[in-house]
Design a binder for this molecule. Sequence first.
Ligand code: SF4
Length: 202
Amino acid sequence: MPEDKRSFYGVIHSIQPRIRLNRSFDEAFHTYLGYALTIVEADGSILHIGISEQLHEKHRLKVGVVVSGSCKPVEDTKLESVDYYRVTGFKVHDSLDAESQYEVPPPLATYRERGPRRLAAKTYDSKCGNCMWGCKMAVEIIVDQWKPWIRKYRLETFCYGPKSCKHYSPGPKRRVSGRNGMVYVEEDWVDEMLTEHRGEDD
Ligand code: SF4
């Protein structure tokens, strides 16, 4: 196997949408790339691997399923929330808990239609790691649209789940750098607008 490839064999610990967020001051644009798998191997290694929507559609993956394959390190780590992608030779072996309480995550169109709310990073890390509604997005910020080569990168966490989830906590408002030192603060109404078509338990 070429050095840049890595094989994996382990249990799916989490499957969430893999979405990139491009920001330019008060504008935001989402790119739906596929799904992000967190796989735990027998020796305790934890891998974050991006897969396509087609692969998920084919295998209807969920938490608890044992899978294997090969993957490559991502070329630009600033643009991805996962460490590996370009999966080949993917196989589904078994399920640790065939009747597990975990659901098969829906198509990406469902996430797009539901809309996200910002989610506190600490809450994501402590409560949402294997929830199919959680999402850690790679964020690219164009600081000055007249100098588009000046960019910043970071990760942001979001929830696409029911508004009534008892774990939900929004965390601090997101701040986006702009030209001449200006800062855009994303107020709560943005999340309210993106999810206003959903009831508390949807
Ligand atoms: S807040 Fe609740 S619904 Fe949202 S990602 Fe976390 S556990 Fe899932």
